[in-house]
Design a protein around this ligand. Sequence first.
Ligand code: MF3
Ligand code: CO
Length: 256
Amino acid sequence: MIEILDHDRLERARDTGALVGGILQTLKERTAVGVNLLELDRWTKRLIEDAGAESCYVDYAPSFGRGPFGHYVCTAVNDAVLHGMPHDRVLRDGDLVTLDLAVTLRGVAADAAISFVVGERAASEDLALIDATERALAAGIAAAGPDARIGDLSHAIGTVLSDAGYEINLEFGGHGIGSTMHQDPHVANDGRPGRGYRLRPGLLLALEPWVMADTAELVTDADGWTLRSATGCRTAHTEHTIAITDDGAEVLTLAR
Ligand code: MF3
Ligand code: CO
């Protein structure tokens, strides 16, 4: 299903987006060498509940997972890239962390993810990986607007990722979002311009470029959720929820 939000629900989407962006910023500030992924999860639960919001993850049980996710934030470290399930792991200097968060506030969801390196010793290849996903996201946002087609966004994202030298995996990508976290249309991280659903004001999209340094192949952890690079190489993932407006696109998941 594709939802088009009216003015009132778009206002609420702005509040949800600012909350998601704010929580991710707080988590990033607290993510230091020595922090355990389970602590990050507990902090997230608290931040969501204090805001009167609800987690989109804790009860989430899609066909590909193994029962409900049971946690509040996805924590993907180094070779883990998507759906990273928080577990008993202490962060070390130089770890590349992705935090992915989706919540619902007053009936409207927002979804965002950030990747960054913990501590002082960031490898330049890791920063390049993160930078490629951030630039791909910016290109996808720049291509979005009324009358653009999904393929225009996919093409913009995919061009940045492949020009940066990465192979693209098309199994997971962006998506429509609204009263629930995952809706149509799907937004592949590569595609052909001029193809696909034509965007309209009031549509919310979560755009989420992700890459792995030297492979496009994923493997799943024993937890049934965490997806890692098949080669053990490092990975990055950056995501924003945007709203299509009358004259372009508005990024919702920024801290106020
Ligand atoms: N937020 C992720 C996405 O961008 C979905 C995470 S699902 C979870 O689509 F169950 F792993 F939390
Ligand atoms: Co998403």
